[in-house]
Structures are given as structure tokens and as C-alpha cells.
Design a protein. Structure first.
Length: 393
């Protein structure tokens, strides 16, 4: 399989596999009985005798009406995520950190992204939010002549789907408290902090030090975060595959050359025998032998090439949801006579700005242009006529 082909497969199945392993392991933890009916079709008997026949493969779900598809956004997967949260598959950690707002905001945000055909952004207000970051730990199994397992981690901001993996190490510098509530559940202490945050917001510019974040819901679900984490992993997987392939390249070429040489010599010998004989029956037998040898050679060469192919399988091992303070900096961006807002995100716990992502396709963006309804990275033109796909399939 070529690299490009692998990426297609991985885009189609990588996220699906992560869902599959999460669901099957959660069912196991719940004590549900799971029977494999056929390839990718499972009969599930949940505690309380509720029965379901499920699949993770959209094609199978389309072919059979007795099968429920489990994928992003389905109630069954959401319910499994809820269960996983309480069974230790997903941990929630809250980070306490002083919220320092960087100085010279206007210069800083102007350097983060270029707004096409617009005046430089003008900062209009700042506030604190509680951000939700999803840390996914994957086990990636590379299958080549030997099997190599690698742990790969991705950190995704659930507000913007920005890839924050480069800030992962900074999380370890903070103390955290462990809890099970996720966003939206306000505890007594949170309510108190909201009041504090509101009061602080009133004179935010005068007193920027340590306002308390308040809980906020994110536009993306945990499962969207997992899908995006798998997507962010792809370049790293591709790199490892290229590395394994280059390591094995000499060996593969040697083996192919040896084989080629052997078959060339054999065929030469048979050809010689064929030319030397006048016996028609013997000539016929030799002809057959030559054909068989050629076929054998082709198979052998294919086998060697296949033995050096590298495939990768991604499995979500565990996930941690971090509740962190985030400083939101709203800027007004002027294009001709229109003014449009844009919100930048600063992560005080890492003293770093979140990478700017395209609000439409969520890829990291170096520049943004104004579309009909929102900012975009240039992807909006490409999408006209296509159904807008928010997340990788
Ligand atoms: Zn885009």
C-alpha cells in the first residue's frame, strides 16, 4: 500500500477504530455480553437485558436494516462516552492557574494571523473562560516485518478544535484536582467563581489579576475531539511509516534483486534446454515449465513487496479532559466599512496563544478572509457546491 493509499484508509478507519475500541472496552467494563455475529457486526446484551445489534462500518449499516451504526453523534456512542467517564476511561482534571493577560495585546494578536484585505485588529474586550482540552492517548500499532507499538498523544481545544499538542508538557507543571463533572455542571464552588468572574469582568482591564474562570459549554462534543485528535495524528503516523520504510528499503531491494537474479538464471537455463531439443513433446513440457516459472516469479516478487508494506492501526487508550482557564481576547477587524469580531484564545497556564484555526474547516490558519457568514482560511470557495463536512469522516 502506498503512503497516499494508507492515508485514505486511515482517514476512513482511524477515527472509526478509535470509536470501536472505546465502545467495546466500555461495554466490557459494564459487563455487557458482546457476540461477534460476523465481521464488524456485534450483538450486544446490555445489563438490564436490553439487546442491540451494532456495527461501526457505515457500509454494513446501509446494507442491513437490522444493524445500528455506532459513529460520531449517535445517541449510543454518546451514552458510551457518559459511561466511560464514570469508569475511569476518561478522567477529568481541573487546573488552577493565575490568569495573566499578556501586555501589548494589539501587537501580539496582529502577529497571530493575517486578516486578508482588512485593517489590523483592534482589541475591544477581554474575558476569562473555562476551556476544555481533551488529551487523547493512543496506542498506534505499526505492522511491518515486525510489529512496533508507539504511544502517541494529542491535545485538542474543544472550543476551536485547535491542536495544542505542543503545549502538553506545560500541563504537567500545574497542580490539578480530579473530578467527574464535565462542562455545564455547576457546583457550589463554580457558582461562587462565576460571581467573582462577573465582578472582575466589570473592571477587567484595571484588575486583570486572577479572575476566576466560569464554566462554558463547547460547540464540539468529546467524540468530535477524539475524531480531530486522530486527524491530528496522521502526519506523525505518516512520518513513522516513511521512517520504517526507509530503514527496510535496502533489505527489500536486496531481497528483490536476489529473487530476480534467481529467476533470470532459471529461465535462461530452461530457454537453453528448449532451444537445444528437437523433441516436440519435450519442447511442450519445457514451454509449460517456463510459463509456470514466470508466474511463480511474479508471485514471489509481489510477496516480497507486500512483506515490506507498513500498516498502522490506531486505538484510543485513555483520555483526560482538562478544565483550564483561558483568556479570550476579542478584536474588531475592519474591512472597508464593515467591522467583524474575532476572538483569540490565550492559555495562561502555558503562557502561550492558541493557534488560530479556520472556523469553517478547523485546520490551522496563517491567514483568514471574510466569507459570507464567518471567517475562513480560503476553504469556503472550494466547498461551494459540496455539502459542508465539519469533521473528518
Ligand atoms: Zn478552512
Amino acid at each position: 500500500m502506498s503512503k497516499a493509499e494508507f492515508l485514505n484508509v486511515s482517514q476512513a478507519t482511524g477515527a472509526g477504530r478509535a470509536v470501536q475500541s472505546l465502545v467495546l472496552e466500555t461495554l466490557d467494563l459494564m459487563g455487557a455480553a458482546v457476540d461477534v455475529v460476523e465481521l464488524d457486526v456485534y450483538d450486544v446484551l446490555l445489563p438490564g437485558d436490553q439487546f442491540k445489534r451494532i456495527t461501526f462500518d457505515p457500509e454494513i449499516a446501509q446494507e442491513r436494516d437490522d444493524c445500528e451504526l455506532v459513529t460520531y453523534g449517535t445517541p449510543f456512542l454518546e451514552s458510551m462516552v457518559e459511561v466511560a467517564k464514570t469508569r475511569g476511561r476518561l478522567q477529568v482534571r481541573q487546573i488552577e492557574s493565575r490568569a495573566e493577560v499578556p501586555q501589548n495585546l494589539e501587537d501580539k494578536v496582529a502577529n497571530l494571523v493575517h486578516f486578508v484585505k482588512c485593517k489590523p485588529p483592534k482589541v475591544s474586550r477581554t474575558w476569562m473562560e473555562e476551556g476544555l482540552l481533551l488529551l487523547c492517548q493512543f496506542v498506534v500499532t505499526f505492522q511491518a516485518d515486525e510489529v512496533v507499538e508507539e504511544l502517541m498523544t494529542t491535545l485538542i481545544d474543544l472550543q476551536s478544535l485547535a491542536d495544542l499538542t505542543h503545549l502538553h508538557a506545560a500541563l504537567d507543571h500545574h497542580w490539578f484536582t480530579v473530578g467527574l463533572e464535565s462542562n455545564g455542571t455547576m457546583t457550589g464552588r463554580d457558582k461562587l467563581s462565576t460571581e467573582t468572574a462577573n465582578r472582575d469582568r466589570a473592571d477587567a482591564l484595571a484588575d486583570r489579576l486572577n479572575p476566576r474562570p466560569h464554566p462554558i459549554s463547547t460547540p464540539f462534543r468529546l467524540t468530535d475531539g477524539v475524531a480531530w485528535a486522530v486527524h491530528a495524528l496522521e502526519p506523525r503516523i505518516e512520518k513513522t511509516i516513511a521512517h520504517i520504510q526507509s530503514q527496510n528499503n535496502t533489505q527489500r531491494e536486496d531481497e528483490l534483486a536476489k529473487s530476480r537474479h534467481y529467476y533470470e538464471a532459471t529461465l535462461k537455463k530452461l530457454d537453453k534446454q528448449w532451444s537445444a531439443t528437437t523433441d516436440a513433446e519435450k519442447k511442450g513440457r519445457l514451454k509449460q515449465k517456463i510459463e509456470a516459472t514466470k508466474l511463480d516469479r511474479d508471485h514471489r516478487m509481489e510477496d516480497i513487496s507486500r512483506a515490506y508494506e507498513v500498516t498502522a492501526e490506531v486505538r484510543l487508550d485513555q483520555a483526560i479532559l482538562y478544565r483550564v482557564p483561558v483568556v479570550c481576547v476579542q478584536a474588531q477587524v475592519q474591512q472597508r466599512i464593515q467591522v467583524y469580531p474575532y476572538v483569540f484564545r490565550y492559555h495562561p497556564w502555558a503562557s502561550a496563544w492558541g493557534p488560530v484555526t479556520c472556523p469553517v474547516c478547523h485546520e490551522a490558519a496563517m491567514y483568514l478572509e471574510r466569507g459570507t457568514e464567518s471567517w475562513h482560511c480560503g476553504c469556503e470557495q472550494k466547498r461551494i457546491g459540496h455539502e459542508t463536512e465539519m469533521l473528518p469522516p
